[in-house]
Ligand binder design. Structure first.
Ligand SMILES: Cc1cc2nc3c(=O)[nH]c(=O)nc-3n(C[C@H](O)[C@H](O)[C@H](O)COP(=O)(O)OP(=O)(O)OC[C@H]3O[C@@H](n4cnc5c(N)ncnc54)[C@H](O)[C@@H]3O)c2cc1C
Length: 484
């Protein structure tokens, strides 16, 4: 095909199994494009930790495009429509390709751009580049979206999934001399020096190759123990692929392809463990299914019963939670892990979210916004799902009376206190018996040299766990009985 196409990269920062890129490469000339337009994503412009990751992911994509196809990634900022139209005017572009996004604000942007370009006679094609199934492909017998995970999952695993898309092994011979001034990734000012997130440096390997290395390492070393150990807070038994998935450095189809192959090679030996892992990828699809069909849930409750539920706003309590200074060791360990690494173990996410919304009675959106800014894997669909699940107001949510007890959770999933010791060095000297609830320690339990003050640098609990649990149950119970 002798014409020019724009490949518009967004959250699909990879070359392989990228259907939009593969379609664009059918053309003789390809202009790969990235547009930084955070205002178009408002109120969910990428947070600081996301921007830190994005910068390196773009650098990795830029290098890969250059090495594989001799293509220069075009970088723009500002209005996406204006940037695309500018390239169209200058280069006689015929087609524009992208992989779909599902966040409500970004869907509106894409729909508008498609309409405008179609009206100008351009061919615009979009593809599924980041989910196992499109949100509209899975529906119940009445033709409605699912609201509960298990039937969604049962339906999804019966569906034939798309095969992997093969990248053509050819150089794009005609290099487009893009006339308008190209920005560099540095010009986007995604990060700045002396900021809190710079300590993530060296903790993560970013980009398409790194995502595949991580996957292979996980499959070879950990997938067989995933089911048994995924909840153990101190073990690194999960895949740590979530940010790679969010930025599209790897697709869920590629992951499933590898896990299915592994299952086959193992003669189905680790069947249960592999399925337990694959199931999580369907939770990710379910989150996108819900956000697509119920876009208002990005900042409104899914379960209408909770409209106007009296969650509180309290800056002082919120700040103590954010800083990991609640005096509840497991909650603080999770929050400090987040601040130090840009990530947090899934079980810790559930515990800190339950503590914020139920024990402290604070609004789930206050927690969700903090996660949005500080997680490298911040993802509107998954974050909304996780927070509404924890607060009890989501689809298929944790029931209101399920309030995680951080002490018993710690005793169960961090029995030796390793996770707490890793993130709260000021408690490292405490014996296992009291590390999860130092305030309950009797004089006999205390280390001899610390009999007066267990740890002078560590705060007393900001709430009484039993009392705040009782109050939360009363609050939720009364609401449940009186809600419309
Ligand atoms: C309050 C709260 C907020 C959360 N916010 C986010 C978020 O912003 N972004 C995000 O990607 N995940 C979020 N999660 C889900 C989950 O905690 C992370 O996906 C997981 O911890 C990532 O680690 P992993 O890649 O090692 O996961 P693994 O256990 O190895 O799972 C593999 C993949 O499945 C997906 N997945 C796993 N668990 C879930 C889940 N519960 N819901 C949806 N998808 C899942 C992820 O893409 C993950 O990479 C949140 C959970 C909670 C309780």
């Amino acid at each position: 095909m002798s014409s020019t196409a724009i490949m518009w990269f967004r959250n699909d920062l990879r070359l392989h199994d990228n259907p939009a890129l593969i379609a664009a490469l059918e053309h003789e000339q390809v202009i790969p494009l990235y547009i930084h337009a955070p205002e178009e994503a408002e109120p969910y412009a990428p947070g600081e930790a996301s921007c830190w990751w994005l910068k390196q992911s773009l650098e990795s994509l830029e290098t890969a495009l250059q090495e594989k196809f001799n293509l220069t990634l075009q970088i723009r900022s500002g209005s996406s429509l204006a940037a695309i139209q500018n390239l169209i005017d200058l280069h006689d572009v015929e087609s524009v390709y992208w992989n779909r996004r599902y966040e409500p604000a970004l869907r509106r942007v894409d729909e508008n751009i498609k309409k405008m370009l179609n009206a100008d006679g351009l061919q615009v094609k979009s593809f599924n580049g980041s989910l196992i199934f499109e949100p509209w492909e899975i529906e119940n017998q009445q033709g409605d979206p699912y609201r509960v995970f298990t039937p969604f999952y049962k339906r999804a695993v019966q569906m034939p999934s798309l095969p992997l898309q093969q990248l053509p092994d050819r150089q794009v011979t005609t290099f487009v001399q893009v006339g308008s001034k190209n920005l560099t990734i540095a010009d986007l000012f995604l990060t700045s020096t002396f900021r809190w997130y710079n300590k993530f440096e060296g903790q993560w390997a970013i980009g398409e190759d790194a995502a595949h290395d991580r996957l292979m390492e996980f499959v070879n070393d950990d997938i067989s123990i995933y089911k048994d150990k995924r909840d153990r807070l101190a073990d690194h038994a999960t895949s740590r692929l979530s940010a790679h998935l969010h930025f599209g450095e790897i697709s869920p189809r590629q992951i499933l392809h590898v896990t299915q192959q592994y299952k086959h090679d193992q003669n189905e030996r680790n069947d249960g463990a592999i399925e337990a892992f694959e199931r999580q990828l369907f939770w990710r699809d379910f989150g996108h299914h819900l956000l697509y069909h119920y876009p208002q849930t990005q900042d409104d409750v899914f379960n209408q019963k909770y409209t106007n539920f009296p969650w509180q706003h309290d800056d002082e309590l919120l700040q103590k939670w954010q800083r990991g200074e609640t005096g509840i060791p497991l909650v603080d360990a999770g929050m400090r892990e987040l601040w130090a690494t840009g990530s947090m173990h899934n079980r810790a996410r559930m515990i800190v979210a339950s503590f914020l919304t139920k024990n402290l009675g604070l609004h789930w959106l206050d927690g969700a916004r903090w996660f949005w800014n500080t997680l490298v894997d911040a993802d509107l669909a998954n974050n909304t799902l996780g927070w509404q699940w924890s607060a009890g107001c989501g689809a298929d949510a944790s029931p209101y009376y399920r309030i995680f007890n951080p002490v018993t959770q710690g005793q169960r999933f961090d029995a030796n206190g390793d996770y707490i010791r890793r993130w709260l060095p000021e408690l490292a000297h405490l014996p296992n018996k009291i590390i999860h609830a130092p305030w309950q320690a009797s004089t006999n339990d205390r280390p001899s040299d610390k009999s007066d003050t267990l740890s002078p640098d560590y705060p007393e609990p900001i709430v009484d766990l039993a009392e705040s649990r009782k109050l939360a149950l009363e609050r939720y119970g009364a609401w449940k009985d009186n809600a419309p």
